[in-house]
Design a protein around this ligand. Structure first.
Ligand code: MG
Ligand code: ZN
Length: 219
Protein backbone atom coordinates (compact mmCIF):
# COMPACT_ATOMS: atom_id res chain seq x y z
CA UNK A 1 0.00 0.00 0.00
CA UNK A 2 3.00 2.30 0.53
CA UNK A 3 3.51 2.58 -3.22
CA UNK A 4 -0.05 3.79 -3.70
CA UNK A 5 0.50 6.58 -1.19
CA UNK A 6 3.78 7.61 -2.82
CA UNK A 7 2.13 7.91 -6.21
CA UNK A 8 -1.03 9.68 -5.11
CA UNK A 9 0.33 12.26 -2.69
CA UNK A 10 2.05 14.50 -5.28
CA UNK A 11 -1.06 14.37 -7.51
CA UNK A 12 -3.23 15.45 -4.62
CA UNK A 13 -0.84 18.28 -3.76
CA UNK A 14 -0.93 19.51 -7.34
CA UNK A 15 -4.71 19.56 -7.22
CA UNK A 16 -4.74 21.46 -3.94
CA UNK A 17 -2.26 23.97 -5.34
CA UNK A 18 -4.44 24.44 -8.39
CA UNK A 19 -7.40 24.99 -6.08
CA UNK A 20 -5.47 27.76 -4.35
CA UNK A 21 -4.74 29.41 -7.70
CA UNK A 22 -8.45 29.23 -8.55
CA UNK A 23 -9.31 30.86 -5.24
CA UNK A 24 -6.97 33.77 -5.99
CA UNK A 25 -8.56 34.17 -9.42
CA UNK A 26 -12.08 34.19 -7.92
CA UNK A 27 -11.03 36.72 -5.28
CA UNK A 28 -9.41 38.94 -7.89
CA UNK A 29 -12.74 39.12 -9.70
CA UNK A 30 -14.75 39.28 -6.46
CA UNK A 31 -16.73 36.18 -7.32
CA UNK A 32 -18.13 34.24 -4.36
CA UNK A 33 -18.02 30.52 -5.19
CA UNK A 34 -20.06 27.89 -3.38
CA UNK A 35 -19.48 24.16 -3.70
CA UNK A 36 -22.76 22.27 -3.36
CA UNK A 37 -22.46 18.61 -2.41
CA UNK A 38 -25.00 15.87 -1.71
CA UNK A 39 -25.92 12.33 -2.63
CA UNK A 40 -27.81 11.79 -5.91
CA UNK A 41 -31.43 12.87 -5.61
CA UNK A 42 -31.05 15.00 -2.49
CA UNK A 43 -32.13 18.03 -4.51
CA UNK A 44 -28.98 19.89 -5.58
CA UNK A 45 -30.32 21.06 -8.92
CA UNK A 46 -33.79 21.89 -7.54
CA UNK A 47 -32.21 23.97 -4.81
CA UNK A 48 -29.90 25.76 -7.25
CA UNK A 49 -32.91 26.62 -9.42
CA UNK A 50 -34.73 28.08 -6.41
CA UNK A 51 -31.67 30.07 -5.38
CA UNK A 52 -31.26 31.49 -8.89
CA UNK A 53 -34.90 32.63 -8.83
CA UNK A 54 -34.35 34.47 -5.55
CA UNK A 55 -30.87 35.83 -6.19
CA UNK A 56 -30.68 36.72 -9.85
CA UNK A 57 -31.93 40.26 -9.36
CA UNK A 58 -29.16 40.97 -6.87
CA UNK A 59 -26.23 38.90 -8.17
CA UNK A 60 -24.81 38.07 -11.57
CA UNK A 61 -24.85 34.28 -11.22
CA UNK A 62 -23.26 31.39 -13.11
CA UNK A 63 -23.42 27.66 -12.48
CA UNK A 64 -20.87 24.89 -13.01
CA UNK A 65 -22.42 21.45 -13.29
CA UNK A 66 -20.13 18.52 -12.46
CA UNK A 67 -21.63 15.73 -14.49
CA UNK A 68 -21.25 13.52 -17.53
CA UNK A 69 -24.56 14.37 -19.18
CA UNK A 70 -26.09 17.83 -19.76
CA UNK A 71 -29.51 17.07 -18.19
CA UNK A 72 -29.07 19.52 -15.29
CA UNK A 73 -27.26 22.03 -17.52
CA UNK A 74 -30.37 22.24 -19.70
CA UNK A 75 -32.54 22.91 -16.62
CA UNK A 76 -30.27 25.78 -15.55
CA UNK A 77 -30.09 27.22 -19.08
CA UNK A 78 -33.83 27.91 -18.92
CA UNK A 79 -33.03 30.50 -16.22
CA UNK A 80 -30.99 32.51 -18.78
CA UNK A 81 -27.78 32.50 -16.80
CA UNK A 82 -24.34 31.20 -17.83
CA UNK A 83 -23.92 27.47 -17.12
CA UNK A 84 -20.99 25.20 -17.92
CA UNK A 85 -20.77 21.43 -17.84
CA UNK A 86 -17.59 20.39 -16.02
CA UNK A 87 -17.26 16.96 -17.56
CA UNK A 88 -15.98 14.56 -14.95
CA UNK A 89 -15.16 11.81 -17.45
CA UNK A 90 -17.15 9.48 -15.20
CA UNK A 91 -15.24 10.39 -12.02
CA UNK A 92 -17.32 10.52 -8.84
CA UNK A 93 -16.20 14.02 -7.84
CA UNK A 94 -15.04 17.34 -9.25
CA UNK A 95 -11.40 18.31 -8.95
CA UNK A 96 -9.56 21.58 -9.50
CA UNK A 97 -8.42 20.59 -13.00
CA UNK A 98 -12.05 20.12 -14.12
CA UNK A 99 -12.93 23.32 -12.31
CA UNK A 100 -10.16 25.27 -14.05
CA UNK A 101 -11.35 24.07 -17.46
CA UNK A 102 -14.93 25.05 -16.69
CA UNK A 103 -13.90 28.48 -15.38
CA UNK A 104 -12.20 29.27 -18.68
CA UNK A 105 -15.63 29.19 -20.31
CA UNK A 106 -17.01 31.85 -17.95
CA UNK A 107 -16.44 35.60 -17.90
CA UNK A 108 -15.46 36.07 -14.26
CA UNK A 109 -15.43 39.86 -14.55
CA UNK A 110 -19.15 39.67 -15.32
CA UNK A 111 -20.05 37.55 -12.28
CA UNK A 112 -20.72 37.94 -8.56
CA UNK A 113 -21.77 34.43 -7.57
CA UNK A 114 -20.75 31.01 -8.81
CA UNK A 115 -22.72 27.96 -7.75
CA UNK A 116 -20.90 24.67 -8.30
CA UNK A 117 -23.00 21.51 -8.36
CA UNK A 118 -20.64 18.71 -7.44
CA UNK A 119 -21.17 15.08 -8.45
CA UNK A 120 -23.87 13.27 -6.46
CA UNK A 121 -21.75 11.49 -3.86
CA UNK A 122 -21.26 11.89 -0.11
CA UNK A 123 -17.75 10.52 0.02
CA UNK A 124 -14.91 11.81 -2.12
CA UNK A 125 -16.08 15.30 -3.23
CA UNK A 126 -15.23 16.42 0.32
CA UNK A 127 -11.56 15.58 -0.25
CA UNK A 128 -11.00 17.72 -3.33
CA UNK A 129 -10.41 21.41 -2.84
CA UNK A 130 -11.84 23.37 -5.77
CA UNK A 131 -10.89 26.87 -4.68
CA UNK A 132 -14.49 27.64 -3.73
CA UNK A 133 -15.15 29.77 -0.65
CA UNK A 134 -17.91 27.83 1.06
CA UNK A 135 -19.35 24.32 1.15
CA UNK A 136 -23.04 23.59 1.30
CA UNK A 137 -23.95 19.97 2.02
CA UNK A 138 -27.52 18.98 1.28
CA UNK A 139 -29.15 16.06 3.02
CA UNK A 140 -32.77 15.11 2.54
CA UNK A 141 -35.37 13.58 4.83
CA UNK A 142 -36.02 10.43 2.72
CA UNK A 143 -32.29 9.54 2.96
CA UNK A 144 -32.58 9.10 6.73
CA UNK A 145 -31.24 10.86 9.81
CA UNK A 146 -28.03 8.82 10.02
CA UNK A 147 -26.14 10.56 7.19
CA UNK A 148 -23.90 12.79 9.38
CA UNK A 149 -22.82 9.66 11.29
CA UNK A 150 -22.10 7.67 8.13
CA UNK A 151 -20.34 10.42 6.14
CA UNK A 152 -18.56 12.52 8.79
CA UNK A 153 -15.88 13.92 6.46
CA UNK A 154 -18.49 15.40 4.16
CA UNK A 155 -20.56 16.96 6.95
CA UNK A 156 -17.55 18.15 8.95
CA UNK A 157 -16.39 20.16 5.95
CA UNK A 158 -19.74 21.91 5.53
CA UNK A 159 -20.23 25.60 6.26
CA UNK A 160 -23.95 25.11 5.88
CA UNK A 161 -26.04 21.94 6.00
CA UNK A 162 -29.32 22.14 4.16
CA UNK A 163 -31.91 19.57 5.17
CA UNK A 164 -34.14 19.31 2.12
CA UNK A 165 -37.55 17.69 1.57
CA UNK A 166 -38.61 18.76 5.05
CA UNK A 167 -42.21 18.40 3.82
CA UNK A 168 -41.57 14.60 4.04
CA UNK A 169 -40.96 14.80 7.77
CA UNK A 170 -44.45 13.72 8.75
CA UNK A 171 -44.42 10.67 6.46
CA UNK A 172 -40.86 9.43 6.91
CA UNK A 173 -39.37 7.92 10.01
CA UNK A 174 -36.80 10.69 10.37
CA UNK A 175 -35.42 11.66 13.77
CA UNK A 176 -34.68 15.38 13.38
CA UNK A 177 -32.95 15.65 16.77
CA UNK A 178 -30.66 12.74 15.92
CA UNK A 179 -29.73 14.37 12.62
CA UNK A 180 -29.00 17.74 14.25
CA UNK A 181 -27.00 16.08 17.04
CA UNK A 182 -24.94 14.21 14.43
CA UNK A 183 -23.98 17.42 12.63
CA UNK A 184 -23.32 19.35 15.85
CA UNK A 185 -21.09 16.59 17.19
CA UNK A 186 -18.82 17.05 14.17
CA UNK A 187 -18.73 20.83 14.51
CA UNK A 188 -21.19 22.82 16.60
CA UNK A 189 -20.62 25.91 14.41
CA UNK A 190 -22.18 24.34 11.31
CA UNK A 191 -25.51 25.98 10.52
CA UNK A 192 -28.46 23.81 9.58
CA UNK A 193 -31.34 25.17 7.52
CA UNK A 194 -34.47 23.10 6.94
CA UNK A 195 -35.99 23.59 3.51
CA UNK A 196 -38.36 22.25 0.95
CA UNK A 197 -37.08 23.04 -2.53
CA UNK A 198 -40.50 21.91 -3.73
CA UNK A 199 -42.68 24.38 -1.82
CA UNK A 200 -40.02 27.03 -1.18
CA UNK A 201 -39.97 26.71 2.63
CA UNK A 202 -36.64 27.85 4.08
CA UNK A 203 -35.22 29.10 0.78
CA UNK A 204 -35.23 32.69 2.06
CA UNK A 205 -32.93 31.63 4.91
CA UNK A 206 -30.38 30.19 2.48
CA UNK A 207 -30.64 33.34 0.38
CA UNK A 208 -29.83 35.41 3.50
CA UNK A 209 -26.93 33.10 4.31
CA UNK A 210 -25.48 33.55 0.81
CA UNK A 211 -25.92 37.34 1.01
CA UNK A 212 -24.00 37.31 4.29
CA UNK A 213 -21.15 35.27 2.77
CA UNK A 214 -21.01 37.74 -0.10
CA UNK A 215 -20.90 40.68 2.30
CA UNK A 216 -18.00 38.97 4.11
CA UNK A 217 -16.22 38.35 0.77
CA UNK A 218 -16.35 34.60 1.30
CA UNK A 219 -14.29 34.71 4.50
MG1 MG B 1 -28.40 17.59 -10.22
ZN1 ZN C 1 -14.60 10.54 -6.42
Amino acid sequence: MKNTIKVETPVFDTLTLKGQIIRKLLDKHQVLAINIMASPGAGKTSLILKLIESLKNKFRIAVIEGDIVPIDVEKIQKQQIPVVLAHTGGACHLDSVMMEKALKKLKLNELDLLLVENVGNLICPASFYLGTHKNIVIASVPEGDDKPYKYPTMFKGADLVVLNKIDHLEHDNFDLQNFIAGVSALDPKIEIIKVSARNGLGIAEIVDWIKLQSKNNGK
